[in-house]
Design a protein. Structure first.
Length: 299
């Protein structure tokens, strides 16, 4: 104990002062930290965990910062006091200006509404014109179909010689009129051979009916029925042609009956020719008529 010296204790105190000078004292709070758009108080306080500062010191620093900002705001108001007064004076009588703006806005709304009404009216007009165009196009198509219908009727009447005083079944087997690819019909040469055979037997003086030509006429008749169904059976023009179409049907059935009668005298080709004629009846949808014709032939 006798060896303790004050000078030694002074040296130790100076060492402590040197040690505390190296501690990380907190820097002043930055204003920029509070200006961030996504500033969150809790997040900001959690970021201050590394500050070597007591909570009370942090509170005091925040108070000082708040007071500093208040003084700056007051100084700003004092410096711009005349401008604030001028702003208040400028706002006096603003109701009239607001009313002028409101009136102008109402006028603009009326103009927009008028333009919108014109556009809507024009749109309705265009839609009506498009509908009328569609209707007229449909009527044109119907008109063309009706012209096709009557042309085909006239063609069949001419080829079947409907209206002639003494109509005979057609024996024409010209290749220009044959459009069918059915393999069950006799060829033109077969018709000629059978016609010679029938005439040689003296069974009938009526020319032999060409089954290929007859099928060609039947196909045209069936097209007439399909065309009428597509146009509409209740169409006045279609109804007006029913008598002519009925005569065409009767002429075809007469030719089929004549061909069936001739088939009974066809010798070895009787069955083949009869089956071909019956299939023509079936194509026309005249199965019942075919049965009746067979019964009459057997009787």
């Amino acid at each position: 104990m006798n060896n303790f010296r004050f000078g030694d204790s002074d040296e130790s105190a100076s060492d402590l002062d040197d040690d505390t000078s190296g501690l990380p004292f907190p820097e002043p709070l930055s204003r920029a930290s509070f200006l961030a758009p996504d500033f969150d108080p809790a997040t900001y306080l959690s970021s201050l965990t590394n500050r070597h500062q007591s909570l009370e010191d942090l509170r005091q620093e925040l108070r000082d910062l708040d007071q500093s900002l208040s003084r700056e705001l007051l100084d700003l108001v004092n410096e711009n006091y005349q401008d604030f007064l001028s702003l208040g004076i400028a706002l006096q009588g603003g109701e009239e200006k607001v009313e002028q703006v409101r009136v102008g806005l109402l006028a603009f709304q009326r103009d927009v509404r008028a333009i919108r009404d014109k556009v809507e009216a024009r749109q309705e007009e265009v839609e009506g014109l498009l509908k009328e165009k569609k209707r007229l196009k449909g009527e044109v198509n119907v008109g063309r179909a009706l012209l096709d219908y009557v042309d085909r009727i006239e063609e069949l009447e001419r080829k079947l010689m409907i209206g002639d005083a003494a109509r005979q079944p057609r024996a024409d087997s010209s290749a220009t009129e044959v459009e069918s690819d059915s393999d069950f019909l006799d060829s033109a040469s077969d018709d000629t051979e059978e016609e010679e055979e029938v005439l040689a037997n003296g069974a009938s003086a009526t020319p032999l009916v060409s089954l290929k030509t007859l099928e060609h006429h039947i196909q045209k008749y069936l097209y007439l029925t399909r065309l009428a169904a597509r146009i509409g059976e209740e169409h006045p023009f279609i109804q007006g042609q029913r008598t002519r179409v009925s005569k065409i049907r009767s002429a075809l059935l007469l030719d089929l009956k004549t061909a069936l009668d001739q088939a009974s005298h066809a010798g070895d080709k009787r069955d083949k020719r009869t089956m071909a004629i019956l299939r023509l009846y079936k194509i026309m949808g005249e199965d019942a008529t075919a049965v009746s014709a067979l019964k009459n032939m057997k009787s």
